[in-house]
Design a protein around this ligand. Structure first.
Ligand code: SAH
Length: 381
């Protein structure tokens, strides 16, 4: 089923140049090819008319430009669109990931996934309930953006439709550093989709060593899932906190801003009724962030079947917001979008064959215990 052709969506421009040079081509041919793929969204080598015929034939034999396959598409009343896509190749199982398009006044955001499932085990997130299966490849991450553009009607010659990309779908992007960072490089490339660094946002639950590493290798905007103003509560909500506490996490954040000359970090804070939404907690949150390059984004909790949490009441969210602002920290409330199709934050699930038995919450280590052959043979569910 799988052939040996390389999916060029997984290659950064320098990698594509090296790949072409290895095959006797010239670097500028690779640049032309890169522009065909990203600027013109061409997936058929035969149509790339300014490339030599022989080179096109060689490309067709050895390479492909393969977008993820769509399993389902749902359109919400507010214009939000959610797609479930087939992910992971080779194990024969039908694995699903989700991506969401969120149009708004003046911007068009695409929320993409970085992993099939997630091992972080945050107690209020429905993706966590699925467990972790695998990392997405660079091609699968970049492919989501190209596929969304195509689905939204992009034609060669058009301006890019998606204005912002957020890595806030399924998965912990920094746990898939190896594939996520090159994917960001491809999206930033000015001969390609040419996103500005401020319009690409990576959201993390707080993998501290990887934040330091990211500061060396990338400069995209960073969002951090804080969700609690103290370690005791954050240990419960975001179990990675048991390994890297709030003080360590914030230090890594300020380092990132210094290194990258960034503007600020967005701290995401899910509003859970009676759990983290008191005025005292708002004041504590403001004390943590006051005077720092930080803004807070309050996310009304989005419920899912089986959850023990409830969304904070609107007036409580408003009061929390006011307290944070009064404490000297910029804050906003995230508008819930696409909730009629379960496309809101924390509702993305896909179909994940869980390979994790020990997740963060239980033992703080993610270990795939089900062997890949067992998964392949359909022995697990
Ligand atoms: N793993 C990354 C990105 C994924 S989620 C991270 O943790 O940042 C994007 C945001 O949605 C995160 O802030 C996450 O904590 C939040 N979220 C998860 N479940 C949610 C839910 N049920 N309701 C509202 N927000 C949720």
């Amino acid at each position: 089923m799988t052939d040996a052709r390389v999916n060029l969506l997984g290659l950064t421009r320098p990698e594509l140049e090296a790949w072409c040079i290895e095959r006797g081509g010239k670097a500028f041919r690779a640049r032309q090819l890169f522009q065909w793929i990203y600027k013109r969204a061409e997936t058929d080598f035969g149509a790339m008319t300014d490339l030599a015929k022989d080179f096109r034939a060689q490309l067709a034999q050895e390479a492909e430009i393969r977008l993820p396959e769509i399993i389902t598409r749902q359109d919400a009343a507010d214009g939000t669109v959610k797609w479930m896509l087939k992910a992971g190749t080779g194990d024969g199982a039908s694995q699903g990931i989700e991506m969401v398009y969120i149009p708004d006044a003046g911007r068009a955001t695409l929320c993409i996934s970085s992993q099939v499932g997630c091992a972080m085990d945050c107690s209020f997130c429905s993706t966590a309930q699925q467990g972790f299966n695998s990392n997405l490849s660079t091609a699968e991450i970049v492919g989501q953006v190209l596929l969304a553009q195509k689905e939204l009607g992009f034609q060669a010659g058009d301006d890019r439709i998606i204005s912002n990309v957020v890595l806030m779908g399924m998965g912990e992007p920094l746990a898939n550093f190896r594939n996520v960072v090159p994917a960001m490089r491809i999206l930033l490339d000015d001969l390609g989709l040419d996103f500005s660094r401020r319009r690409l946002t990576l959201s993390t639950s707080g993998l501290v060593p990887q934040i330091y590493k990211l500061a060396e290798e990338s400069n995209v905007a960073l969002a951090v899932s804080l969700h609690a103003p103290d370690d005791e509560l954050r240990n419960e909500l975001v179990p990675i906190n048991r390994r890297h506490n709030i003080a360590e996490l914030l230090e890594a954040c300020w380092h990132y801003i210094d290194e990258q000359n960034g503007r600020s970090i967005t701290f995401e804070y899910v509003m859970l009724d009676g759990v983290n939404d008191s005025p005292a907690q708002a004041r504590a949150l403001a004390r943590l962030l006051k005077g720092k390059p930080a803004k807070v984004n309050l996310i009304p909790f989005n419920p899912f079947p089986g959850t023990k949490y409830r969304r904070s009441k609107p007036e409580v969210i408003k009061a929390f917001l006011d307290q944070v602002l009064k404490g000297g920290v910029m804050a906003t409330v995230r508008r819930t979008r696409g909730d009629d199709i379960d496309a809101a934050c924390g509702q993305l699930v896909g179909k994940v064959i869980d390979r994790t038995t020990v997740r963060m919450g239980a033992k703080r280590i993610a270990t795939p215990v089900v062997s890949e052959p067992a998964v392949r043979a359909g022995l697990t569910s």
